[in-house]
Design a protein around this ligand. Structure first.
Ligand SMILES: *Cc1c(COP(=O)(O)O)cnc(C)c1O
Length: 359
């Protein structure tokens, strides 16, 4: 029993369910409904034939992948950091940049991993409430107006799980107003029609922009994420990574991820399809009386004024449709529904029509 007093106690993050029943329409974890770019399958085939390459450690900086990303985003190698999914990148960022005495700050409704990492690393944190229409209040993130200093700031844009995009003016105000702490913008969903804060990294040394292959590049199973920022930030991030695990990205991820980045046309095609499907789905939801903030992500966060969230979730589940629901203050009546294929969205629309009519 005595060893237990030495254990790091944490309340772990709960990821969305991965149901084993293949009949289930899975719209609960914001994955892409389409396969990755065709070059990815070819690279996997080539690697299968050259499996002897797996004998060796991979490049510590994931060189070909970093280079492909630099080319795509107009960066130099000292402005990019690649990790094992953006969860790995973000966890490394918390460890590297959020070491102050002051609490870090993020919204009350946001990606539910932030408070888990903060607790894991014993980083004090405070949340700032979003407005009733789920917008961020910039003054909550400006030391002079909030009347306090921050050990760091993080928020997704578009936000999760709301899908709301904040303007570049809001983001620049927050970054410019916090030269004494690092501001991380988690852009997991930026490729579905939102504007990226990336151009600002040249102007502000304290800004880090984090993106992922899991949603818009259809590679959640491959685990690739990356951070873009000033050479100073990237150097500190690499120092911490190389003090923790030199090889966070495996060889298949490096090779397959590189191919995904190189196929810009395919990327535009699948993200475009998801955006137009989202617009259509939002129209259908509105027609059925659902309420939701305008989404710029690959999901919609919606509630029906006459039906409790739990009830909606269970009724969809009975019809073998899996969406995400949180039993939490302020959002308990909302469902987060991932945008899937046209067939999947037709099925969920039909199911919702049935449920709404049945009340
Ligand atoms: C999905 C998601 C991530 C994590 O993505 P991975 O790259 O798969 O680890 C990070 N932040 C937000 C807001 C997300 O929704």
């Amino acid at each position: 029993m005595s060893w237990k007093k030495n254990v790091r106690l944490v309340e772990p993050y709960v990821a969305g369910e991965q149901p084993s029943d293949p009949q289930i329409i899975k719209l609960n974890t914001n994955e892409c409904p389409y396969p990755p770019a065709p070059g990815v399958a070819r690279a996997a085939q080539t690697l299968a034939e050259e499996s002897a390459r797996l004998r060796l450690y991979p490049d510590m900086n994931a060189a070909p992948l970093e280079e492909a990303l630099c080319l795509r985003y107009g960066l130099s190698r000292d402005q990019i950091f690649v990790g094992n999914g953006s969860d790995d990148v973000l966890a490394m960022c918390f460890l590297t940049f959020f070491n102050g005495e002051e609490p870090i700050r993020f919204p009350d409704i946001t990606y539910s991993f932030y408070d888990v990492w903060a607790s894991l690393y014993r980083i004090p944190y405070e949340t700032a409430p979003l407005t009733p229409d789920f917008r961020l209040r910039p003054e909550d993130y400006l030391p002079e107006q909030a009347g306090r200093r921050f050990g760091g700031i993080i928020f997704p844009n578009p936000n999760a799980p709301t899908g709301v995009e904040e303007s570049q003016e809001t983001i620049e105000r927050i970054v410019a107003g916090n030269p004494d702490c690092v501001v991380i913008v988690d852009e997991a969903y930026v490729d579905f029609g939102a504007q990226s804060a990336l151009p600002l990294i040249r102007k502000y040394e304290n800004l880090l922009v984090v993106q992922t292959f899991s949603k818009s590049r259809a590679m959640a199973g491959m685990r690739i994420g990356y951070a873009m920022g000033s050479p100073a930030l990237i150097r500190f991030l690499k120092d911490v990574k190389f003090s923790f695990n030199s090889y966070t990205i495996n060889l298949p991820s490096i090779l397959l991820g590189t191919e995904a980045v190189r196929d810009e046309a395919y990327f535009q095609e699948i993200t475009g399809r998801i955006v137009s499907e989202r617009e259509k789905f939002q129209e259908n939801l509105r027609r059925m009386g659902f309420e939701f903030p305008e989404s710029k992500a690959n999901f919609v966060f919606a509630r029906h004024p006459d039906i409790a969230g739990e009830q909606l979730f269970a009724a969809l589940r009975e019809r073998r449709i899996c969406v995400r629901h949180w039993n939490r203050p302020r959002i308990g009546d909302y469902l987060r529904i991932t945008i899937g294929t046209p067939e999947q969205m037709e099925a969920v629309t039909r199911a919702l029509e049935e449920i709404v009519r049945g009340v």
